[in-house]
Ligand binder design. Structure first.
Ligand SMILES: CC(C)(COP(=O)(O)OP(=O)(O)OC[C@H]1O[C@@H](n2cnc3c(N)ncnc32)[C@H](O)[C@@H]1OP(=O)(O)O)[C@@H](O)C(=O)NCCC(=O)NCCS
Length: 164
């Protein structure tokens, strides 16, 4: 089982190491320490560590953006799990959905995922995200121009899922 807790400055070494890890780097944007520090202070963002509930060992981190959004539309800005394939990503997403729709009373949760990131795309579909469309060649990274898939989940879809 995992739990989420607010990231503190002392956690940022772990966060940046996870971000730069070759297993994760191709799939996510790289932030500077200053960008992460700013996110910790930003009332519009929620920067959280994903940890094993029993040991409290960190197994990833996640960032939500748009807490102050007038449209009640929140963005899952980042999700990284360092110990992959053990169900932590799925558990973290369920917990994030709960926070977004129950605690923050959002109407929409959205994200973008690189087109070639099959593992993440499949996982998002599995927990109920719907594909909205593709932004072709919208990012220029060290890999060249990259296409991202925009996905979202609405509040009523979240509630429907709880009934299943
Ligand atoms: C994507 C990520 C968050 C998933 O976390 P995870 O803990 O590894 O995923 P889980 O163990 O919960 O697996 C959940 C589902 O992912 C999918 N999945 C897992 N491994 C996969 C693989 N190698 N290929 C395709 N799909 C895969 C499956 O649907 C799986 O469910 P199932 O195996 O129970 O059927 C994690 O791998 C990660 O941090 N990747 C690098 C960073 C990243 O891509 N972040 C998302 C950016 S949008």
């Amino acid at each position: 089982m995992i739990q989420l807790r607010p990231t503190q400055s002392i956690d940022l070494d772990f966060v940046r190491q996870a971000e730069r890890d070759p297993e994760n780097r191709p799939f996510i944007l790289q932030w500077t320490l200053a960008e992460h520090e700013a996110a910790l202070q930003d009332p519009d963002m929620s920067h959280q560590i994903i940890e094993q509930a029993s040991s409290q060992d960190p197994v990833g981190y996640t960032i939500l953006r748009g807490l102050a959004n007038a449209h009640r539309s929140l963005e899952l800005k980042r999700l990284v799990v360092t110990q992959k394939g053990q169900g932590y990503g799925q558990q973290a997403l369920r917990r994030i959905q709960q926070q977004v729709f129950e605690q923050y009373k959002a109407h929409r949760l959205w994200l973008d995922v690189k087109e070639f990131n099959k593992r993440a795309y499949d996982l998002y579909r599995k927990v109920g995200f719907v594909e909205e469309g593709r932004l072709r060649d919208c990012w220029r990274t060290e890999l060249g121009f990259e296409t991202v898939v925009v996905m979202s989940m609405l509040e009523d879809e979240y509630r429907q899922q709880l009934l299943q």
